[in-house]
Design a protein around this ligand. Sequence first.
Ligand code: M6R
Length: 610
Amino acid sequence: MCGIIGYIGKQKAVPILIEGLKRLEYRGYDSAGVSIIDGKKIINLKSVGKVAELENKLSDSKEILGTIGIAHTRWATHGKPSDQNSHPHCDCSGKIHLVHNGIIENYLELKSYLLKNGHKFKSETDSEIIVHLIEEFNKKLDFKEAVLEALKKIRGTYGLAIINQDEPEKIIVARLGSPLLLGVGEKEFVIASDASAIIRHTDQVIYLEDGEVAELSLDNYEVNNIKNKKISKKISKLDWSMEQARKSGFPHFMMKEIFEQPETIQIAISGRLVVADGMAKLGGLRDVAEKLRHLEKIVIVSCGTSYYSGLVGEYFLEEYAGIPVEVEYASEFRYRKPLLNERTAVLAISQSGETADTLAAIREAKNKGALTLGIVNTVGSTIARETDAGIYNHAGPEIGVASTKAFTSQVSILLLLTLLVGRQRDMTFVMGKRIASEMAKIPKLIEKIIKKSVEIKRIAKKYIQYKDFLYMGRKYNFPIALEGALKIKEIAYVHAEGYPSGEMKHGPIALIDKDFPSIFIVPKDSVYEKNISGMQEIKARGGKIIAIATVGDKEIKKHADDVIYIPKTLEMLTPLLSVIPLQLFAYHIAVLKKLDVDKPRNLAKSVTVE
Ligand code: M6R
């Protein structure tokens, strides 16, 4: 939610900030803005809409030569998308400018205090109060002390970057609950909400922790805590490449990321899946191996697509590792009184590693004494750092707002976890080896499905006029029905419901008529016949059906209007295959409707507010 970037160095700041904003745009695209220190003044430009609008505005205005600046791309929370509500915000004097990612919970209380002290507000945002608070304290304290004092008064979350016309060779940044990285270059620094905006300048980064404040000058940086005590920080190397953050010839990031899945799954399992031993080796869990052996329960906490991968994991772990699993929406978990103890592991699944609800769930679990684990894609993210142990996806940056490659990578790692925990318990060597050797084939099988993209586009064309879809699957493919429905909802704005196919006759079948098609995930598995009965019930009511079926299944054509075939694999591994045509189907429908696939309306890639 919201992307912030700042630059201090010898190069012109505007191109660097705009380039960075484009990389961060997936975090929010309601409006964008920059503030640049240009000689003795600060130039501030804002625009409603995407970063391109701001870029146009900048190209129409006089060239800005300043080499220090901050910028922001907004996902609106307090106040509608408008120029006034766009960041950077400035104080009454216009000298202090600030960008903010997060939410200030006590902003009304602080605003009334500031109003009483004569401050004038231009926006409806919570963020603007911070800059006025700094201005207020700056009457008596120096700039940095004023920032620290303001932070002490704030309740909520923030990633902040602040500049001050009176101290023009400086950027102050601060973090509490919203991600912030400091890229350390040759006599230059780039600060940003995530690595994608930094990688083109440097791969040397400092991950700021909650409660840390950094002061950046042209050739130095200092990190302190909120009490102004100096903290020594480690510089880490980013494991993302510039190439990974580009579209590489694909029309959209989403398509690139769908096509990358054979590789990202391969990366997830490489060196971890030991086919010969029917085992998995997970280095990130080595330190907690003993605790895993004695676990009584795993609770998976996650949101959105990551929640659905958790549901697949539940089927895996209960059936093959013999351990009870609960999967919880992180947003619900944090408000329940979950029954946890030291023999429970709470496993967070998160692509971004910054999802506020998932993070809060992990913190709650820690408080209750549970072991906390993570399956996280973004290296160095908050969830990765706060969990006791975990496994990285290493799937590279996922830029498309709709999650695709992260999902299959998460499912692959859950499969590895199942092998690890299962073999510690009563999974036999023969079973372990069978699963492991079939898993090793999955990347090649996905390559075959991806080649069907053109065929799936042709089917998408046939169904483009429909406004509603029912997605159905059973057992391992029930979570895939949910994920398929989510994909088409979020990028094609088509109403879709995911259901366990056995539930259809308990309600949803009432919706079915010739204008309400269904997508049935119906591989040749242990519930095949039951799915066929469900399809017949739909057909009998005039509903159209697209089936996702196993190659060689000739029977299926009798029951479906269109069929997309996936290769044969073990029943438990079918979700890794059946999800691919559903990602492609949603993608093609959205492209045919000329929608902005990578940046669907109202959404942001990483939901860092509650
Ligand atoms: O970064 P996370 O995996 O924690 O994000 C969770 C959800 O916000 C995310 O999966 C969201 O539902 C995506 N838009 C789904 O495509």
